[in-house]
Structures are given as structure tokens and as C-alpha cells.
Ligand binder design. Structure first.
Ligand code: SF4
Length: 415
């Protein structure tokens, strides 16, 4: 989203843009992530590669922005002096300024880096939670909701450009509106977005278990435009660890929320993220997490290994779980999840689903059901037949499945 805002400003100033393009460029802008160790390493590798390309004359200037740059700017400037300029978060305007152009009335312009039929709608910036392991509030600041009117007009603009699926994101969508009115306003926002013509799917990413209101659950159950899909990172289930993580809820609260969701939205697809190797995670605590995953049977699950982040409260606890053990636990949990995902996917064989076609490959059209988000979830590979085109909805019959993909045939219906 930050990249898209920036990308939107630059063409307004006569820059030609390529997203993740290859080959030569006059200016390369790297948007970095500083959230966890893996992302930091990937960002630094990318910067170093580009600095080499700059030395070889393949690119002109290298600019770096984003979380990592914000957090470690002084150190990075010393370590990688070949970078032409460093920027923090929330600074697309400064980059444009740096490039010596005016941006007076073009600040809200936005160029989509996603296929034109889906787009991300960032509803807030920052985070007010106090998770002990997380550097995001330090980097991105306190929670600031974008006003409903502003989001509706952005979504209308996206719809006019052909967007059919809105992917609503924030570090914590559950908290939306609390900074404005003192109470959660996610349901109100979603109702307003559902009224926009042309938007057919609205997908929710990153719900925090606290503040996820009954009103939102009821709306998800009754409103056909809201995908029966929720990405709710839970991190762990052991009470002692949840307390040390300062998550503000416990095992009982999590089970209560999951059962409210599943009771009211029976076909809901749940995605979550877990963390293994947090300081103090014993074998028994990890087993409790495995049992939880086996019992709840999430549709999708990702896992991080804990990495100590300077400046966070958990940093003071050290990093006592050996790296090898963390990796082993991550592997164990993913193996368990793979067998669950396979069973869930196989239960879809013989059923028909509405899919949104994302792209065309040599042998298949590739689409997604409402239960799958782009980039992270299942794809549906649809045998190439019929007049399907990317960006179109179609009804397909699932004929086979593995743990990560569904295989389907078009059933003759374009929607
Ligand atoms: S809710 Fe997410 S972004 Fe906010 S502090 Fe916790 S882990 Fe970090």
C-alpha cells in the first residue's frame, strides 16, 4: 500500500514506473521491512544487490524507504554509503520532493501494483497494542484510522478502475475507529464499503482477537459481499506465553471468539499465524500449541520463529530457545498443518465454487475462491476451456486437490 501510494505519485510527475521490474532503471526505490529477522535480511540483500548493479552502471540511483530504513537509518547510512538517499515510513511526499518534482494536488493518486481486479485498502496505520515481541508500534507509531469517507472515496475510485475485490488491511483491523470515536467502527466501515457498486468481494486481513466485535461477526455472516474469510494472527495458545507476550487475552478468550465465529459463519475460512521459540516456550507449551492447531483445524496457517527485536520488551528475556529447536518446531507445525490443509481441500472435490480468475497460464486459468487471498492461499487451476478471462467471476467444479491447490473445470457459467 505504501508502495502503491508512492507509485501513484510518481507518474503524476512524469516518471515511468515498473513494479519489481528487471533490467536497467534510472532510479530504483526499495521499500524495506524491518519486522522480523528474515524480512530484514531480505531487504538488506536487495539493497546490496542494487548497490552492486549501481556500481556496474545498470541502475542510476538507489533510494531506500520503509520500516527498516526508519528504524536503523543512521546505522544503515554508515554501513551502505552507496545508497543515494534514505527515507522513513509515511514519507512518499519526501521522496517525490527529493526527485525535485511538485506533488501539490496529486497526493492521493494511486497506481495499482496488483492485477486490476483486486486491490488493497489500508484502513489504518500504526498499532496501539503492546505485544512484547513486536517492533511495529515503535516503527510505525500509534494507531491512526483513515476516515470512513476517505476510504469510501478511495474504494469508489478503485471500483471505477475495475477493481472487484477489496482487500481490507491494517496491522490490526479490529481496532479500526477506536482512536476516532472510542469504539470499534469496523462494522460501520464495512457496511459503507458494501454499498459501493462494482465491489463484489471484501476480504479482511489481520484481525486482533480483542475488539473484534459481535456486530462485525453478524455482518460477516449476513453480508454476501464480505468473503467468508478471516486472517487472525494468534501467535500462541499457552496462557503463560500469551501473558508474557502481553497480548491482552488468554486461551479461554481465543476459544470463545473462534467458536462465535464458527457458530455464526459455518463456512468461514480461518487463516492464522503462530510464533514458535518465544523465550520460555517449553516442550509442553509447544505441544499445547500443536494440540490447539490439530483441534481448531485452521484452513491456512503460517509460522514464524521468534527473533529478538531490539527495543521491544521481550528483548530483555534473551533468546533462550536454540535456533535449531525453533526451526524443528516450525517444521512440525507446518507438517501438521499440511495434512489438515490437504484434508480440507480434498473435502472440496466434487463441489462447485465461484472463483475470481486472476491470470491465464499456458495450460490453466488460475483463480481463487472467496476462501483464498492472493499470494498467500490456495489457487484454483482451471482447465483451459471456455471463454474465461482474468478479472472475471466464474463457477467451477473441483475435480482434484492437493494441500495447496485445487484443480477444477469450468462448469459453463460466467458470473
Ligand atoms: S497487534 Fe500486530 S502489529 Fe500490533 S503490536 Fe501486536 S503483533 Fe505488533
Amino acid at each position: 500500500m505504501d508502495s502503491e501510494k508512492l507509485l501513484g505519485q510518481l507518474p503524476a510527475h512524469a516518471f515511468n514506473l515498473e513494479h519489481e521490474g528487471s533490467g536497467s532503471a534510472d532510479i530504483v526505490i526499495v521499500n524495506t521491512c524491518g519486522f522480523i529477522q528474515d524480512a530484514k535480511e531480505e531487504s538488506i540483500d536487495t539493497i546490496l544487490e542494487l548497490v552492486e548493479a549501481r556500481k556496474a552502471g545498470e541502475v542510476g540511483q538507489v533510494l531506500v524507504t520503509g520500516c527498516l530504513s526508519q528504524r536503523y537509518m543512521e546505522e544503515l547510512k554508515m554501513e551502505i554509503p552507496e545508497v543515494d538517499a534514505w527515507f522513513g515510513v509515511h514519507e512518499p511526499g519526501d521522496i517525490v520532493e527529493y526527485l525535485k518534482v511538485n506533488h501539490h494536488d496529486k497526493q492521493d493518486a494511486r497506481l495499482l501494483s496488483t492485477p486490476s481486479h483486486f486491490a488493497y485498502l489500508k484502513i489504518a496505520e500504526g498499532c496501539d497494542r503492546t505485544c512484547s515481541f513486536c517492533a511495529i508500534p515503535m516503527i510505525r507509531g500509534s494507531y491512526v484510522s483513515v476516515a470512513i469517507e476517505e476510504l469510501v472515496s478511495e474504494a469508489e475510485m478503485l471500483s471505477a478502475k475495475g477493481v472487484k475485490e477489496l482487500i481490507v488491511i491494517a496491522q490490526d483491523i479490529s481496532y479500526y475507529g477506536v482512536d476516532i470515536s472510542g469504539k470499534p467502527m469496523l462494522a460501520e466501515l464495512l457496511r459503507a464499503l458494501c454499498n459501493i457498486d462494482g465491489i463484489e468481494w471484501i476480504r479482511l486481513h489481520y484481525a486482533y482477537p480483542n475488539h473484534f466485535s459481535d456486530e462485525t461477526i453478524r455482518l460477516m455472516a449476513s453480508e454476501p459481499k464480505i468473503c467468508k474469510y478471516l486472517d487472525i494472527p494468534l501467535q500462541h495458545i499457552n496462557d503463560d506465553l500469551l501473558k508474557s507476550m502481553r497480548r491482552g487475552h488468554n486461551r479461554e478468550n481465543i476459544f470463545a471468539l473462534l467458536s462465535a465465529l464458527r457458530n455464526q459463519i459455518p463456512d468461514l475460512a480461518l487463516r492464522t499465524t503462530m510464533m514458535v521459540g518465544y523465550p520460555g516456550e517449553t516442550r509442553e507449551m509447544f505441544q499445547e500449541l500443536m494440540d490447539f492447531v490439530a483441534e481448531v483445524r485452521f484452513d491456512r496457517l503460517g509460522v514464524f520463529t521468534y527473533s529478538p527485536e531490539e527495543g521491544t520488551r521481550a528483548y530483555e528475556l534473551g533468546d533462550p530457545v536454540a535456533e535449531e529447536l525453533k526451526k524443528e518446531r516450525a517444521r512440525d507445525i507446518m507438517e501438521l498443518q499440511e495434512s489438515i490443509s490437504l484434508e480440507i481441500n480434498q473435502s472440496k472435490v466434487g463441489k462447485t465454487f465461484k472463483v475470481l480468475i486472476d491470470r491465464e497460464e499456458v495450460d490453466y486459468f488460475v483463480g481463487r475462491t472467496e476462501y483464498d487471498s492472493p499470494e498467500v492461499d490456495n489457487e484454483v487451476l482451471i482447465k483451459k476451456e471456455g471463454p474465461l478471462v482474468p478479472g472475471q467471476f466464474a463457477r467451477v467444479l473441483v475435480t482434484a486437490a492437493d494441500a495447496f491447490e485445487l484443480f477444477a473445470t469450468w462448469d459453463g457459467d460466467s458470473l
